[in-house]
Design a binder for this molecule. Structure first.
Ligand code: UDX
Ligand code: UDX
Length: 463
């Protein structure tokens, strides 16, 4: 089937950029991104493309080029479903906060709602594509809902996990390492796979498009994220050993990364990984393993999360210890709140947990992040439900200038690796701070020697 109309449910960090790139690369296909959230759709349609709701380098240019031509953002979910031949589901699948699997399993209520809505509206055959990361065998559930509540039309379910990383979404989408498409082994299933392959073939070389069965595709996504997160927890485990023994984890990472079997990427020791995917997907994997009675498999992967939680806690403990065992009423400046650089996304950011620990110690936190609003900072803390939001606002203030955030602070914690932090006038920052002035570099991005020569007491991760 030659595809001319695509719809995507969910205009988030995955759905928005992915559809923008498909629209740019396939001007003959009409791409409509729908979302229940009216405010979010209005922002995607903002005349000034700099106001789109998601910050990703290069994204606003692509939206400017394709929007109104063959890229549309809308809240009219029904119309978009009705018209499309391919429907991507890219809604969020947070970890369950209630009931069976609480704290571990993925909450599939939004996915199910989407499936029921598609079933109700579709009057002709559709290809439904899972873009959201989902537990293995979700496609089966979607299929059952579609077939049993639909209008007798045929549905093909494909799994097409997204591997883009935030902050580099546009380049990842333009030059993917691979595109993975899982589908049914039947003739109809293979035809559906081919339709989606043809869409990607507009810009992705054929040898990078892999096709598998649905289960392999779903599990590959969880496995990829588990392996990536595992590398970070592995290097973070070594960082603690380095701190005790006098080795430098940056040197160790460099030395092992030159082994071509290991490779240099994802070996950066840090205050801990964050983001919407790693923790959620590993918890999901652990839950699936447990539900099959595979307890050793579950425990093995759960250790990646345990190490990550330990790394965050260790960082805040070390700050308190170094600051003479008390941070009560001390101003602590946070450089960075996003979970990584070049994004305004803060989901599961280490900064949230470090702030939470330090507020428990009655510190005053001053936050500067180039892309995160003060409203978001407070909402992230309120979401933890550790204390009232009045108490959070009494202890946390955001600043629009890093120099103001650091003025009269006792210590600075670098929690996101934003490039601009490296270029600051560190002498000026030092002059404005309480003495002794401490820098806790949770990302190992600053120049230790230069900071120490100014007078800072510097502590990185793993050295
Ligand atoms: C999400 C998941 O986090 C990720 O695991 C998955 O791989 C892709 O989807 P993301 O795009 O980052 O990633 O989520 P988010 O930014 O929260 O966007 C989801 C959007 O779906 C939201 O804008 C939400 O309003 C919308 N939505 C949710 C609907 O339109 N309908 C629903 O029923 C539920
Ligand atoms: C991840 C996967 O990389 C991507 O393929 C998948 O589709 C979604 O999940 P993302 O969460 O956007 O992407 O960012 P990623 O670059 O993987 O970083 C995740 C976290 O790990 C960040 O907090 C980052 O700072 C941290 N990290 C990354 C490290 O601490 N050290 C590293 O060496 C690399």
């Amino acid at each position: 089937m030659s595809i001319t109309k695509i719809c995507c449910i969910g205009a988030g960090y995955v759905g928005g950029p992915t559809m923008a790139v498909i629209a740019q690369k396939c001007p003959h296909i009409q791409v409509t991104v729908v979302d229940l959230n009216e405010e979010r759709i209005a922002a995607w349609n903002d005349e000034n493309v700099d106001n789109i709701p998601i910050y990703e380098p290069g994204l606003s240019d692509i939206v400017a080029e394709a929007r109104g031509r063959n890229l549309f953002f809308s809240t009219n979910v029904e119309k978009a479903i009705d018209e499309a031949q391919i429907i991507f589901i890219s809604v969020n699948t947070p970890t369950k906060t209630y009931g069976k699997g609480k704290g571990m399993a993925a909450d599939l209520k939004y996915i199910e709602l989407c499936a029921r809505q598609i079933a109700r509206i579709a009057k002709d055959n559709k290809i439904v594509v899972e873009k959201s990361t989902l537990p293995v065998r979700t496609a089966e559930a979607i299929k059952s809902i579609l077939d049993n509540t639909g209008n007798g039309v045929q549905f093909q379910i494909l799994s097409n996990p997204e591997f883009l990383a935030e902050g580099t979404a546009v380049t990842d989408l333009l030059n993917p390492d691979r595109i993975l498409i899982g589908g049914d082994t039947s003739v109809e299933g293979q035809k559906a796979i081919q339709s989606l392959v043809d869409v990607y073939a507009n810009w992705v070389p054929a040898d990078k498009i892999l096709t598998t069965n649905v289960w392999s595709s779903e599990l590959s996504k969880l496995t990829a994220n588990a392996f990536l997160a595992q590398r970070i927890s592995s290097v973070n485990a070594m960082s603690e050993l380095c701190e005790k023994t006098g080795a430098d984890v940056n040197e160790v990472a460099r030395a092992i990364g030159m082994d071509s079997r290991i490779g240099p990427k994802f070996l950066k020791a840090s205050v801990g990984f964050g983001g919407s995917c790693f923790q959620k997907d590993i918890l999901n994997l652990v839950y699936i393993a447990k539900s099959y009675g595979l307890n050793e498999v579950a425990d093995y992967w759960e250790q990646v999360i345990i190490m990550n939680d330990h790394q965050k806690r260790r960082f805040s403990n070390k700050m308190v210890q170094t600051l003479y065992n008390t941070v009560a009423d001390k101003k602590i400046a946070f450089l960075g709140w996003a979970f990584k650089k070049d994004t305004n996304d803060t989901r599961e950011s280490a900064a949230i947990y470090i702030a939470d620990d330090l507020i428990n110690e009655q510190a005053q936190i001053a936050v500067y992040d180039p892309k995160v609003s003060s409203k978001k900072v407070l909402a992230d803390l309120d979401y933890l439900e550790t204390r009232t939001s009045e108490k959070n606002s009494a202890n946390v203030t955001s600043f629009s200038s890093p120099y103001e955030a650091c003025a009269s602070a006792h210590a600075i914690a670098v929690l996101t690796e934003w490039d601009e932090f490296i270029a600051y006038d560190w002498q000026k920052i030092y002059d404005g701070m309480q003495k002794p002035a401490f820098v806790f570099d949770g990302r190992n991005i600053l120049n230790r020697v230069a900071l120490e020569s100014i007078g800072f007491i510097y502590q990185g991760i793993g050295s």
